[in-house]
Design a protein around this ligand. Structure first.
Ligand code: IPE
Ligand code: IPE
Ligand code: MG
Length: 263
């Protein structure tokens, strides 16, 4: 449940800012990165962990408050069993290896998604890591694992009904506390590496007014410089949330320097 007051880009215009408060990333292109080097696809997944480390550090340096990473989609079970198995092992190994350092660096760790299909040992490790880091505030890091945007909306709806608190129509305000990302503001910036231009069932509800950024760079090649480019692109966007350009506040207009001619 939410530990934050209700905020919604469709109910209120969110506060602006040149640095995104929340960045959500689809880390795509690991398999192609490896195949290009005549290596097995899974070598790309291993290498991708290094990019995760780099981007976490950069987020803290740049003052991004929330980083959400898509690690495994509800549709990724369709992959060959040995690749799925490798990804689970990699997740477990990386968590074991990194959690102490993340805690030292003040990172709050969370996992969203349907964990019911995961190994008991992995779920226990995840819950322990979440509990250990619950008081940290330097960066709220969320890993989406066996996550799907449709699953999220449906589980939230079912949880709302089951709560017995529903005494009228479903509204954004009644549903929001049950969504997986209720604790965070909606993403300001979405990044997808690997060249595909699609959402692939990531945060469908939460991306309503998120700025989208697509790059051909494959995830294992995505480094601090590449991330800075995404941040620069974001700082240049005019975020209107349905209003006209003329309605933006002077601060909002100053931020979108390159869009002055846009009516
Ligand atoms: C993203 O890389 C990682 C996961 C989906 C787990 P891919 O494995 O999808 O890499 P490509 O898209 O095949 O190159
Ligand atoms: C999206 O990548 C999911 C993750 C990065 C975890 P996919 O590689 O699974 O997406 P599609 O299949 O190309 O849409
Ligand atoms: Mg892919």
């Amino acid at each position: 449940m939410s530990d934050q007051k209700f905020t919604s880009s469709t109910c209120d215009v969110p506060a602006g800012g040149t640095v995104p408060r929340h960045v959500a990333i689809i880390m795509d292109g690991n398999g192609r990165w490896a195949r290009k080097r005549f290596m097995p696809r899974v070598a790309g997944h291993s290498r991708g962990v290094e990019s995760v480390r780099k981007i976490i550090t950069r987020c803290i340096e740049r003052g991004v408050g929330y980083l959400t990473l898509f690690a495994f989609s509800s549709e990724n079970w369709r992959r060959p069993a040995d690749e799925v198995g490798f990804l689970m092992q990699l997740f477990m190994r990386s968590l074991k290896k990194e959690i102490a350092r993340m805690h030292e660096n003040g990172i709050r760790f969370r996992v969203i998604g349907d964990l019911s299909r995961f190994d008991e040992a992995l779920v226990r490790m995840i819950r322990d890591a979440e509990a250990m880091t619950a008081g940290n505030t330097a960066l709220e890091l969320t890993i989406a694992a066996n996550y799907g945007g449709r699953w999220d909306i449906l589980q939230a709806t079912n949880a709302l009904i089951a709560s017995g608190d529903l005494d009228g129509p479903v509204t954004e305000e009644t549903l929001q506390p049950f969504l997986s990302m209720a604790f965070a503001p909606e993403p300001d910036l979405f990044v997808r590496t690997g060249g595909e231009k699609r959402i692939s069932n990531f945060l469908l509800w939460q991306l309503a007014y998120t700025e989208l950024y697509f790059t051909d760079t494959l995830w294992p090649d995505f480094d601090e410089t590449a991330f800075d480019k995404a941040l620069a692109s974001f700082s240049d966007r005019e975020r209107r949330f349905g209003r006209t350009s003329e309605q933006l506040s002077p601060e909002e207009r100053a931020r979108a320097g390159s869009h002055k001619g846009h009516a």
